[in-house]
Design a protein around this ligand. Structure first.
Ligand SMILES: NC(=O)c1ccc[n+]([C@@H]2O[C@H](COP(=O)([O-])OP(=O)(O)OC[C@H]3O[C@@H](n4cnc5c(N)ncnc54)[C@H](OP(=O)(O)O)[C@@H]3O)[C@@H](O)[C@H]2O)c1
Length: 326
Protein backbone atom coordinates (compact mmCIF):
# COMPACT_ATOMS: atom_id res chain seq x y z
CA UNK A 1 0.00 0.00 0.00
CA UNK A 2 2.92 2.33 0.71
CA UNK A 3 4.68 3.61 -2.39
CA UNK A 4 7.66 5.62 -3.54
CA UNK A 5 7.12 9.36 -3.16
CA UNK A 6 7.75 10.95 -6.56
CA UNK A 7 11.41 10.96 -7.52
CA UNK A 8 12.61 10.60 -3.94
CA UNK A 9 13.72 7.40 -2.21
CA UNK A 10 11.04 7.83 0.46
CA UNK A 11 8.36 5.18 0.83
CA UNK A 12 5.17 6.71 2.15
CA UNK A 13 1.61 5.85 3.08
CA UNK A 14 -1.07 7.33 0.79
CA UNK A 15 -2.58 9.16 3.76
CA UNK A 16 -0.37 11.70 5.49
CA UNK A 17 -1.10 12.68 9.07
CA UNK A 18 -1.55 16.47 9.35
CA UNK A 19 -0.20 17.79 12.65
CA UNK A 20 -1.61 21.33 12.54
CA UNK A 21 -4.76 20.69 14.59
CA UNK A 22 -2.62 19.47 17.49
CA UNK A 23 -1.24 22.98 17.91
CA UNK A 24 -4.71 24.42 18.53
CA UNK A 25 -5.33 25.73 15.02
CA UNK A 26 -8.99 24.76 15.36
CA UNK A 27 -9.47 25.93 18.94
CA UNK A 28 -8.67 24.52 22.37
CA UNK A 29 -6.91 21.19 22.03
CA UNK A 30 -6.13 18.72 24.79
CA UNK A 31 -2.46 17.68 24.68
CA UNK A 32 -3.12 14.07 25.63
CA UNK A 33 -5.68 13.84 22.82
CA UNK A 34 -3.09 15.18 20.37
CA UNK A 35 -0.46 12.67 21.43
CA UNK A 36 -2.90 9.76 21.31
CA UNK A 37 -4.13 10.94 17.89
CA UNK A 38 -0.57 10.84 16.55
CA UNK A 39 0.14 7.42 18.05
CA UNK A 40 -3.10 5.93 16.78
CA UNK A 41 -2.42 7.27 13.29
CA UNK A 42 0.88 5.37 13.33
CA UNK A 43 -0.83 2.27 14.73
CA UNK A 44 -3.34 2.13 11.86
CA UNK A 45 -0.53 2.22 9.29
CA UNK A 46 0.37 5.83 8.56
CA UNK A 47 4.11 6.48 8.34
CA UNK A 48 4.04 10.00 6.83
CA UNK A 49 3.63 13.01 9.20
CA UNK A 50 3.34 16.61 8.07
CA UNK A 51 4.17 19.51 10.36
CA UNK A 52 5.65 23.04 10.21
CA UNK A 53 7.47 25.45 12.45
CA UNK A 54 4.47 27.77 12.08
CA UNK A 55 2.14 25.29 13.79
CA UNK A 56 2.28 26.60 17.34
CA UNK A 57 5.75 28.08 16.84
CA UNK A 58 7.48 24.70 17.03
CA UNK A 59 5.01 23.10 19.45
CA UNK A 60 3.54 20.79 16.78
CA UNK A 61 7.00 19.50 15.91
CA UNK A 62 7.74 18.91 19.60
CA UNK A 63 4.49 17.00 20.05
CA UNK A 64 5.33 14.74 17.13
CA UNK A 65 8.69 13.96 18.72
CA UNK A 66 7.09 13.26 22.08
CA UNK A 67 4.39 11.03 20.62
CA UNK A 68 6.46 9.04 18.13
CA UNK A 69 10.12 9.84 18.77
CA UNK A 70 10.83 6.19 19.54
CA UNK A 71 9.51 5.26 16.08
CA UNK A 72 11.66 7.83 14.23
CA UNK A 73 13.32 5.30 11.92
CA UNK A 74 9.91 4.15 10.68
CA UNK A 75 8.58 7.67 10.01
CA UNK A 76 8.76 10.03 7.07
CA UNK A 77 8.60 13.58 8.42
CA UNK A 78 7.82 16.66 6.39
CA UNK A 79 8.16 20.12 7.87
CA UNK A 80 8.14 23.68 6.54
CA UNK A 81 10.03 26.89 7.04
CA UNK A 82 7.69 29.80 7.77
CA UNK A 83 7.22 32.61 5.24
CA UNK A 84 9.07 35.34 7.17
CA UNK A 85 12.14 33.08 7.40
CA UNK A 86 13.00 32.58 3.74
CA UNK A 87 16.23 34.61 3.66
CA UNK A 88 19.10 32.09 3.42
CA UNK A 89 20.48 32.45 6.96
CA UNK A 90 16.97 32.33 8.35
CA UNK A 91 16.16 29.13 6.44
CA UNK A 92 19.25 27.48 7.92
CA UNK A 93 18.42 28.66 11.44
CA UNK A 94 14.77 27.62 11.10
CA UNK A 95 15.83 24.16 10.01
CA UNK A 96 18.15 23.83 13.00
CA UNK A 97 15.28 24.81 15.30
CA UNK A 98 12.96 22.29 13.63
CA UNK A 99 15.56 19.53 13.94
CA UNK A 100 15.78 20.26 17.65
CA UNK A 101 12.00 20.40 18.06
CA UNK A 102 11.61 17.13 16.20
CA UNK A 103 14.44 15.45 18.12
CA UNK A 104 15.99 14.21 14.91
CA UNK A 105 19.17 14.84 12.96
CA UNK A 106 17.54 14.92 9.52
CA UNK A 107 14.17 16.04 8.08
CA UNK A 108 12.94 13.85 5.24
CA UNK A 109 11.11 16.53 3.30
CA UNK A 110 11.48 20.26 3.94
CA UNK A 111 9.32 22.89 2.26
CA UNK A 112 9.01 26.64 1.86
CA UNK A 113 5.59 27.12 3.48
CA UNK A 114 4.38 29.98 1.24
CA UNK A 115 6.09 32.21 -1.35
CA UNK A 116 7.77 35.31 0.08
CA UNK A 117 7.97 38.16 -2.44
CA UNK A 118 10.55 40.04 -0.38
CA UNK A 119 13.23 37.39 -0.78
CA UNK A 120 14.55 36.16 -4.15
CA UNK A 121 13.39 32.59 -4.57
CA UNK A 122 16.86 31.61 -5.79
CA UNK A 123 18.25 32.58 -2.37
CA UNK A 124 15.73 30.47 -0.45
CA UNK A 125 16.24 27.49 -2.73
CA UNK A 126 20.00 27.97 -2.45
CA UNK A 127 19.64 27.53 1.31
CA UNK A 128 17.57 24.37 0.82
CA UNK A 129 20.31 22.99 -1.43
CA UNK A 130 22.89 23.72 1.24
CA UNK A 131 20.79 21.99 3.90
CA UNK A 132 20.55 18.96 1.65
CA UNK A 133 24.28 18.94 0.91
CA UNK A 134 24.97 19.23 4.66
CA UNK A 135 22.74 16.23 5.42
CA UNK A 136 20.18 18.22 7.42
CA UNK A 137 17.31 17.42 5.06
CA UNK A 138 16.82 14.55 2.61
CA UNK A 139 14.62 16.27 0.04
CA UNK A 140 13.11 19.71 -0.39
CA UNK A 141 10.14 21.33 -2.03
CA UNK A 142 7.52 24.02 -1.81
CA UNK A 143 4.01 24.59 -0.55
CA UNK A 144 1.28 26.88 -1.87
CA UNK A 145 3.19 27.57 -5.06
CA UNK A 146 0.85 28.69 -7.85
CA UNK A 147 1.27 28.35 -11.58
CA UNK A 148 4.02 30.96 -12.08
CA UNK A 149 5.58 30.19 -8.71
CA UNK A 150 6.08 26.53 -9.54
CA UNK A 151 7.57 27.42 -12.94
CA UNK A 152 10.14 29.58 -11.14
CA UNK A 153 10.90 26.95 -8.53
CA UNK A 154 11.36 24.20 -11.11
CA UNK A 155 13.92 26.31 -12.91
CA UNK A 156 15.91 26.85 -9.75
CA UNK A 157 16.02 23.49 -8.04
CA UNK A 158 15.20 19.84 -7.80
CA UNK A 159 11.71 20.30 -6.35
CA UNK A 160 10.35 17.11 -4.75
CA UNK A 161 6.89 18.27 -3.70
CA UNK A 162 4.27 21.01 -3.93
CA UNK A 163 1.85 20.96 -0.99
CA UNK A 164 -1.45 22.59 -1.92
CA UNK A 165 -5.08 22.94 -0.86
CA UNK A 166 -6.99 20.35 -2.86
CA UNK A 167 -10.29 18.65 -2.17
CA UNK A 168 -13.86 18.41 -3.47
CA UNK A 169 -14.54 21.94 -2.23
CA UNK A 170 -11.45 23.47 -3.80
CA UNK A 171 -10.18 22.29 -7.16
CA UNK A 172 -8.37 25.46 -8.26
CA UNK A 173 -5.08 23.62 -8.79
CA UNK A 174 -6.64 21.55 -11.56
CA UNK A 175 -6.59 24.50 -13.98
CA UNK A 176 -2.82 24.99 -14.18
CA UNK A 177 -0.72 23.87 -11.24
CA UNK A 178 -1.65 20.21 -11.18
CA UNK A 179 -0.84 19.62 -14.89
CA UNK A 180 2.50 21.37 -14.40
CA UNK A 181 3.35 19.28 -11.35
CA UNK A 182 2.34 16.13 -13.18
CA UNK A 183 4.49 16.99 -16.21
CA UNK A 184 7.48 17.71 -13.97
CA UNK A 185 7.02 14.55 -11.88
CA UNK A 186 6.43 16.64 -8.75
CA UNK A 187 3.97 14.95 -6.39
CA UNK A 188 1.24 17.04 -4.81
CA UNK A 189 0.49 16.70 -1.12
CA UNK A 190 -3.14 17.81 -0.74
CA UNK A 191 -4.14 19.65 2.37
CA UNK A 192 -7.48 20.47 3.97
CA UNK A 193 -8.56 17.25 2.31
CA UNK A 194 -11.65 17.20 4.54
CA UNK A 195 -12.18 20.96 4.08
CA UNK A 196 -11.30 21.46 7.75
CA UNK A 197 -14.07 19.06 8.78
CA UNK A 198 -16.86 20.12 6.39
CA UNK A 199 -16.24 16.85 4.52
CA UNK A 200 -16.29 14.77 7.70
CA UNK A 201 -20.04 14.15 7.60
CA UNK A 202 -21.06 16.39 10.48
CA UNK A 203 -22.91 19.21 8.77
CA UNK A 204 -26.13 19.18 6.74
CA UNK A 205 -25.90 22.85 5.93
CA UNK A 206 -23.00 25.24 5.32
CA UNK A 207 -24.61 27.53 7.87
CA UNK A 208 -23.70 25.04 10.63
CA UNK A 209 -19.98 25.31 9.90
CA UNK A 210 -17.98 26.99 12.72
CA UNK A 211 -17.42 30.65 12.00
CA UNK A 212 -13.66 30.40 12.65
CA UNK A 213 -13.38 27.86 9.81
CA UNK A 214 -15.71 29.57 7.34
CA UNK A 215 -12.90 31.79 6.15
CA UNK A 216 -12.12 30.45 2.71
CA UNK A 217 -13.16 31.94 -0.62
CA UNK A 218 -16.25 29.76 -0.89
CA UNK A 219 -17.85 31.65 2.00
CA UNK A 220 -19.46 35.05 1.51
CA UNK A 221 -17.34 37.66 3.32
CA UNK A 222 -20.44 39.76 4.05
CA UNK A 223 -21.93 36.94 6.07
CA UNK A 224 -18.95 35.35 7.84
CA UNK A 225 -17.07 37.53 10.28
CA UNK A 226 -13.78 35.63 10.07
CA UNK A 227 -13.48 35.59 6.26
CA UNK A 228 -10.33 37.48 5.29
CA UNK A 229 -11.16 38.03 1.61
CA UNK A 230 -13.55 40.42 -0.13
CA UNK A 231 -15.42 37.92 -2.28
CA UNK A 232 -19.08 36.96 -2.28
CA UNK A 233 -18.29 33.26 -2.20
CA UNK A 234 -20.05 30.41 -3.91
CA UNK A 235 -22.27 29.10 -1.16
CA UNK A 236 -25.17 27.99 -3.34
CA UNK A 237 -22.82 25.72 -5.30
CA UNK A 238 -21.20 24.66 -2.01
CA UNK A 239 -24.54 23.65 -0.51
CA UNK A 240 -25.46 21.84 -3.71
CA UNK A 241 -22.27 19.79 -3.32
CA UNK A 242 -23.01 19.05 0.33
CA UNK A 243 -26.51 17.81 -0.57
CA UNK A 244 -25.06 15.61 -3.33
CA UNK A 245 -22.53 14.16 -0.89
CA UNK A 246 -25.20 13.26 1.65
CA UNK A 247 -27.20 11.60 -1.12
CA UNK A 248 -24.14 9.56 -2.10
CA UNK A 249 -23.52 8.60 1.53
CA UNK A 250 -27.05 7.16 1.62
CA UNK A 251 -26.71 5.41 -1.71
CA UNK A 252 -23.26 3.86 -1.21
CA UNK A 253 -23.16 3.27 2.55
CA UNK A 254 -19.74 4.92 2.58
CA UNK A 255 -18.88 7.73 4.98
CA UNK A 256 -18.41 11.25 3.64
CA UNK A 257 -14.70 11.02 4.58
CA UNK A 258 -14.34 7.86 2.51
CA UNK A 259 -15.94 9.57 -0.48
CA UNK A 260 -13.81 12.72 -0.12
CA UNK A 261 -10.51 10.92 0.41
CA UNK A 262 -11.25 8.08 -2.02
CA UNK A 263 -11.75 10.70 -4.74
CA UNK A 264 -8.53 12.56 -3.89
CA UNK A 265 -6.47 9.36 -3.93
CA UNK A 266 -7.25 8.91 -7.62
CA UNK A 267 -6.47 12.44 -8.77
CA UNK A 268 -3.54 13.19 -11.06
CA UNK A 269 -0.13 13.81 -9.48
CA UNK A 270 -1.40 13.31 -5.94
CA UNK A 271 1.41 11.78 -3.89
CA UNK A 272 -0.14 12.10 -0.45
CA UNK A 273 -3.50 13.06 1.02
CA UNK A 274 -3.09 14.92 4.30
CA UNK A 275 -5.76 14.46 6.95
CA UNK A 276 -5.76 16.02 10.41
CA UNK A 277 -7.49 14.52 13.43
CA UNK A 278 -8.09 15.73 16.99
CA UNK A 279 -8.13 12.50 19.02
CA UNK A 280 -7.48 8.75 18.94
CA UNK A 281 -11.02 7.92 17.88
CA UNK A 282 -10.78 10.09 14.76
CA UNK A 283 -7.36 8.62 14.02
CA UNK A 284 -8.78 5.09 14.14
CA UNK A 285 -11.06 6.12 11.26
CA UNK A 286 -7.95 6.78 9.16
CA UNK A 287 -7.66 3.03 8.64
CA UNK A 288 -10.77 3.15 6.43
CA UNK A 289 -9.27 6.04 4.50
CA UNK A 290 -6.05 4.10 3.90
CA UNK A 291 -8.11 1.24 2.50
CA UNK A 292 -10.84 3.05 0.58
CA UNK A 293 -11.04 2.63 -3.17
CA UNK A 294 -14.05 4.01 -5.06
CA UNK A 295 -15.52 2.62 -8.23
CA UNK A 296 -15.50 4.68 -11.42
CA UNK A 297 -19.18 5.58 -11.31
CA UNK A 298 -18.87 7.04 -7.80
CA UNK A 299 -15.72 8.94 -8.78
CA UNK A 300 -17.51 10.45 -11.76
CA UNK A 301 -20.52 11.43 -9.66
CA UNK A 302 -18.20 13.21 -7.22
CA UNK A 303 -16.37 15.06 -9.99
CA UNK A 304 -19.65 16.13 -11.55
CA UNK A 305 -21.14 17.21 -8.22
CA UNK A 306 -18.21 19.50 -7.44
CA UNK A 307 -17.75 20.90 -10.93
CA UNK A 308 -20.03 23.94 -10.55
CA UNK A 309 -18.15 25.01 -7.42
CA UNK A 310 -14.82 24.45 -9.17
CA UNK A 311 -15.87 26.73 -12.03
CA UNK A 312 -17.26 29.42 -9.74
CA UNK A 313 -14.17 29.60 -7.54
CA UNK A 314 -11.77 29.59 -10.48
CA UNK A 315 -8.03 29.21 -10.60
CA UNK A 316 -6.66 31.25 -7.66
CA UNK A 317 -4.93 28.57 -5.58
CA UNK A 318 -4.84 30.68 -2.40
CA UNK A 319 -7.90 29.18 -0.72
CA UNK A 320 -8.15 32.16 1.64
CA UNK A 321 -8.03 34.75 -1.11
CA UNK A 322 -5.16 36.74 0.33
CA UNK A 323 -3.38 36.98 -3.03
CA UNK A 324 -0.28 35.17 -1.79
CA UNK A 325 0.20 32.97 -4.85
CA UNK A 326 0.94 33.79 -8.47
N1 LIG B 1 0.77 23.94 3.63
C1 LIG B 1 -0.19 24.66 4.16
O1 LIG B 1 -0.23 25.89 4.03
C2 LIG B 1 -1.26 23.96 4.96
C3 LIG B 1 -2.41 24.66 5.32
C4 LIG B 1 -3.40 23.98 6.04
C5 LIG B 1 -3.20 22.64 6.39
N2 LIG B 1 -2.05 22.00 6.03
C6 LIG B 1 -1.80 20.60 6.43
O2 LIG B 1 -2.96 19.81 6.22
C7 LIG B 1 -3.35 19.21 7.45
C8 LIG B 1 -4.83 18.95 7.50
O3 LIG B 1 -5.60 20.03 6.97
P1 LIG B 1 -6.61 20.81 7.83
O4 LIG B 1 -6.02 20.91 9.20
O5 LIG B 1 -6.97 22.01 7.10
O6 LIG B 1 -7.90 19.92 8.02
P2 LIG B 1 -8.62 18.63 7.40
O7 LIG B 1 -7.75 17.45 7.43
O8 LIG B 1 -9.28 19.01 6.13
O9 LIG B 1 -9.76 18.48 8.51
C9 LIG B 1 -9.42 18.19 9.83
C10 LIG B 1 -10.68 18.13 10.66
O10 LIG B 1 -11.55 17.12 10.15
C11 LIG B 1 -12.28 16.57 11.21
N3 LIG B 1 -12.10 15.11 11.22
C12 LIG B 1 -11.01 14.41 10.81
N4 LIG B 1 -11.23 13.09 10.98
C13 LIG B 1 -12.47 12.97 11.49
C14 LIG B 1 -13.27 11.87 11.90
N5 LIG B 1 -12.83 10.63 11.80
N6 LIG B 1 -14.50 12.12 12.39
C15 LIG B 1 -14.97 13.37 12.50
N7 LIG B 1 -14.26 14.47 12.14
C16 LIG B 1 -13.03 14.25 11.65
C17 LIG B 1 -11.77 17.17 12.52
O11 LIG B 1 -12.69 18.20 12.82
P3 LIG B 1 -13.02 18.67 14.33
O12 LIG B 1 -11.90 19.61 14.65
O13 LIG B 1 -14.33 19.38 14.16
O14 LIG B 1 -13.08 17.47 15.19
C18 LIG B 1 -10.42 17.72 12.09
O15 LIG B 1 -10.02 18.82 12.86
C19 LIG B 1 -2.77 20.11 8.52
O16 LIG B 1 -2.64 19.44 9.75
C20 LIG B 1 -1.45 20.44 7.89
O17 LIG B 1 -0.54 19.36 8.07
C21 LIG B 1 -1.10 22.64 5.32
Amino acid sequence: MNSKFGKTDLTTSPIVYGCMGGSGAFGAQDETDSIEALQEAFNVGINFFDTAEAYGNGYSEQLLSRALGDKRSELVISSKVATPNLAPDDVIEACERSLKNLGTDIIDLYMLHWPNRDVPLADSIGALKKLKADGKIRWYGVSNFGSNDIDDALELGDISVNQLPYHLYFRAIEFEVQPKCEAAGVPIMCYSSLMQGLLAGKYKSLDEFPVNRARTRMFDHRKWADAVHNENGAEEAGQELLDALWKLVDETGLSMEELAIGWLKTRRAVGGVIVGTRNAKQSRDLKKLLDVSLDDAVLQTLSDASNRLKQELGRDVDMWGKGRTR
